[in-house]
Design a binder for this molecule. Structure first.
Ligand SMILES: [Zn+2]
Ligand SMILES: [Zn+2]
Length: 350
């Protein structure tokens, strides 16, 4: 028993997108059916559709930045009702019993959470993501999108928003704190907006000054180009926290040197190759090198409420997917950092 739904599929690794159909399960007692309105394009969609992160499941329907409207709820659902504005991020299930799940950190579920696409439910069925007309998901993994954010600019918050909000909160970004954001792409521009709204003094460290005007508009107080290396000398011992959003190699020691006593350099971008650093870069000022991965469901809701309260949405370019090759072209542009700042697929065109 299932429902046939139109979707944009990647038939095999790196092949062009095609319009096809997938099956969505019937709404179970704890499930919510959602009419998808918008789906963001995350860089990790590209890595997976091109099978750059290890063996992937094909055909694939990527998309873990989903915003839409509830059309049906199961008999035991209490959290959502028909007509609600909702979202789904990177996960659609977790064990719910392990230490990390019980702490609300389902992204670190010890059994392994179920990813929204390119994954399998614990029962073995493949999961398909947001590049489709509709989805059925467990109510506990469906977030409420408050009034005050449009659904299109809310969609990217479900991954890019929480990926930056969670470490900013965990490492205490706020008034009196100097926070640097490395990179001004999909993740970086959200990090700037959120860090500013949290009350921190925000500096962008980018390859060039080409996005300086935007960065300052999003709330950056300072903006430095890093390509020639002079910024690292000028900024020695400055920051309490650095969030690295880029997935290219970085000179880790140079960045560590810009941290003050007890400062932390946190990776949310994932460079393909191992990065190296000198121990003295940490020892010299009790610095930390750390990483962070999305956020739990409770914190994702907190982020959405925070963004609505502060009128923060993603800067988006809306994509018409009537011709599915529009997705392939958008992917190429994301790889070249040629988007300001997030593509969002208009699901009405799927
Ligand atoms: Zn993502
Ligand atoms: Zn768990």
């Amino acid at each position: 028993m299932s429902t046939t739904v139109t979707a944009l599929i990647a038939p095999s690794a790196g092949a062009g997108f095609e319009r096809s159909t997938i099956e969505r399960r019937d709404v179970g007692e704890h499930d919510v059916a959602i009419d998808i309105k918008f789906a963001g394009i995350c860089h990790s969609d590209i890595h997976q559709a091109r099978e750059e992160w290890g063996t992937a499941i094909f055909p694939m329907v990527p998309g873990h930045e989903i915003a839409g409207i509830v059309t049906e709820v199961g008999s035991a659902v209490t959290k959502h009702k028909v007509g609600d504005r909702v979202g789904i991020g990177c996960m659609v299930n977790s064990c719910g019993e392990c230490e990390n799940c019980l702490a609300g950190e389902e992204q670190f579920c010890l059994k392994g959470n179920v990813q929204t696409y390119n994954a399998r439910e614990y029962s073995g069925e493949e999961t398909y993501g947001g590049y489709s007309k509709s989805i059925v998901a467990r109510e506990n993994f469906v977030l409420s999108i408050p009034e005050g954010i449009e659904l299109d600019e809310a969609a990217p918050l479900l991954c890019a928003g929480i990926t930056t909000y969670s470490p900013l909160k965990h490492w205490g970004a706020g008034p009196g704190k100097k926070v640097a954001i490395v990179g001004m792409g999909g993740l970086g521009h959200m990090a700037v907006k959120i860090a500013h709204a949290l009350g921190a003094e925000v500096t962008v460290l980018s390859q060039s000054l080409s996005k300086e005007e935007d960065g300052k508009k999003f709330g950056a107080d300072h903006y430095y180009a890093t390509a020639d290396g002079s910024a690292f000398k000028a900024l020695r011992g400055t920051f309490d926290l650095i969030i690295n959003t880029v997935s290219a190699d970085i000179p880790v020691d140079a960045y560590l040197g810009t941290l003050k006593l007890n400062g932390s350099l946190v990776f949310v971008g994932a460079p393909e190759k191992p990065q190296s650093f000198a121990s003295f870069s940490l020892i010299g000022a009790r610095r930390s090198l750390a990483g962070s991965n999305i956020g739990g469901i409770r914190e994702t809701q907190e982020m959405l409420d925070f963004c609505a309260e502060h009128h923060i949405g993603a800067e988006i370019e809306t994509l018409d997917a009537s011709d599915p090759s529009a997705i392939d072209k958008a992917y190429d542009r994301v790889v070249k950092s040629d988007v300001r700042y997030r593509f969002v697929i208009d699901a009405a065109t799927i």
